[in-house]
Design a protein around this ligand. Structure first.
Ligand code: BV8
Ligand code: ZN
Length: 249
């Protein structure tokens, strides 16, 4: 059952911990995952199509409409228990790193600090040409905002085919190499290079835990699998850790 005594022992001895999260950790907040077949008006579009430079160059208005719709939807959600437990875990463990593929900012809203955002943040914009951060206020998708250099403004997220931010992916790789405990939560582990991180950690000797109600590409590598939604799973983990610390007082 989850958490096993190995996992509890690693946490008790404050093992160097890395957590990788994907869209699944925000599902219980009401943020649609990429794979779930949402009954949203966008379900007819494939995110891998829309989250690309080609789509933005071809149909910038449509791509902006999609991001404005997602931004609005995310704005109406709140972090769930899963986000909250990870923020508390960070305060408890001396060497804890949270790496996320999500762009929804929910980890930060739950109080997590120094979050490594591999794929950017949907609430930030930048200039397509000069890369300058641009805080444009609300705009319609008819007249798209432009930078004073003339470049088009775009969401500050990493699109398919784009390189990940150098500092972030380098830090995530370094931490995964040194991890003693790696929690892989709510990700189908299909998108690279993020999906390499849990395997890299495992190969470097980390104890690999998957928290996901479904099987994924990572399942075969995992030392421990929790086939439960991340909210309840992380709540159980947190309660277990507290009862454990009581015992040790
Ligand atoms: C790169 C930001 C180098 C944008 C995202 C051909 C051409 C070009 C590139 C490639 C190619 N072939 C492969 C590639 C590489 C490509 C890639 O990996 N493609 C995949 C599809 C094979 N990667 C890239 O392009 C990356 N860049 O490689 O640069 C390069 C450069 C040029 C040419 C080649 C290489 C950039 C990838 C970043 C893309 N941007 N997001 C935006 O959000 O709009 S990716 C986006 O999708 C998310 O950020 C996330 O990473 C991914 C979705 O994955 P998940 O988070 O796992 O979500 P998913 O819905 O899939 O799964 C949800 C999971 O949660 C499920 O397992 C489910 O069971 C579980 N779940 C559900 N409910 C719960 C739950 N779990 C727990 N609790 C619950 N309650
Ligand atoms: Zn510019």
């Amino acid at each position: 059952m989850f958490p096993t005594k190995q996992l509890k022992e690693l946490l008790r001895k404050q093992a160097r911990t890395v957590v990788l999260t994907g869209a699944g950790i925000s599902a219980e907040s009401g943020v649609p995952t990429f794979r779930g077949n949402q009954d949203s008006l966008w379900s007819k579009f494939d995110p891998r199509e829309l989250a690309s430079i080609d789509a933005f160059m071809a149909k910038p208005g449509l791509v902006w409409e999609w991001y404005l719709w997602r931004r609005k939807l995310i704005g109406g959600t709140v972090p769930n228990a899963g986000h909250e437990v990870l923020a508390k875990l960070q305060k408890l463990l001396p060497d804890f790193t949270l790496v996320t593929q999500n762009v929804d900012n929910l980890h930060q809203r739950a109080g997590s600090e120094h979050v490594i955002e591999l794929h950017g943040n949907i609430h930030r914009n930048k200039c397509f040409d000069c890369g300058k951060a641009m805080d444009v206020d609300e705009f319609g998708s008819e007249q798209l905002p432009r930078c004073n250099c003339g470049g088009m403004i775009r969401p500050d997220v990493v699109w398919f085919g784009e390189m990940l931010p150098e500092r972030e992916i380098a830090a995530a790789i370094d931490k995964s190499r040194r991890a003693e405990l790696f929690l892989c939560i709510g990700t189908s582990a299909e998108v690279y290079p993020a999906a390499d991180l849990p395997v890299l950690a495992k190969r470097s000797g980390a104890y690999l835990v998957e928290i996901n109600p479904e099987e994924t590409q990572i399942s075969a590598h995992a030392d421990e699998i929790c086939r439960v939604n991340s909210g309840p799973a992380l709540t159980d983990l947190w309660q277990d850790m507290n009862s454990m610390t009581e015992v040790h007082h």
